[in-house]
Design a protein around this ligand. Structure first.
Ligand SMILES: [Zn+2]
Length: 145
């Protein structure tokens, strides 16, 4: 077996077409092109992996802005309250800066809001009977709880 030609970290498990050339890639990289062949997946086998992780909410900037407006603070005053730069607050509120977990947790504490959520990612790979061609839509199901 060879290694994935895109990331080089895992053994390749399928072949995809990217801009006219075929590449052998791992399952992680199969989304970069059109999958034409899937190797080593026995028929009817489903591989299920559940990953869970803490991550900052996608709409954190809406929550932050609403929070600041509720407190009737300017971005500058808000920045002082959370001990960050005004520029940082501006970037956070416009979504240009995604806070790291550390900063997000600090803001949660200071402002009594929820910015971090526990996300489980359910990815189920099912090999279909009729064909062994999988598209990224077939193999990835996101399930937020
Ligand atoms: Zn890869």
């Amino acid at each position: 077996m060879g290694l994935c030609e895109l990331c080089g970290r895992k053994e390749f498990s399928c072949t995809i077409i990217v801009e006219g050339s075929s590449l052998n890639v791992c399952s992680d990289c199969s989304g970069f092109g059109k999958v034409v062949h899937t190797a080593n997946v026995p028929k009817k086998r489903a591989v299920k992996t559940v990953l869970a992780e803490d991550s900052v909410k996608n709409d954190f900037f809406v929550i932050l802005k609403q929070c600041r407006e509720r407190m009737n603070l300017t971005q500058k005053e808000f920045a002082e309250k959370i001990m960050e730069k005004e520029n940082t607050v501006h970037k956070l509120e416009t979504g240009h800066l995604v806070p790291g977990l550390e900063l997000a947790r600090k803001l949660e504490k200071l402002l009594k809001i929820a910015l971090v959520e526990h996300v489980s990612v359910d990815s189920t790979v099912v090999n279909k009977k009729e064909s062994n061609t999988l598209t990224i839509g077939d193999v990835i199901e996101l399930d937020e709880r």
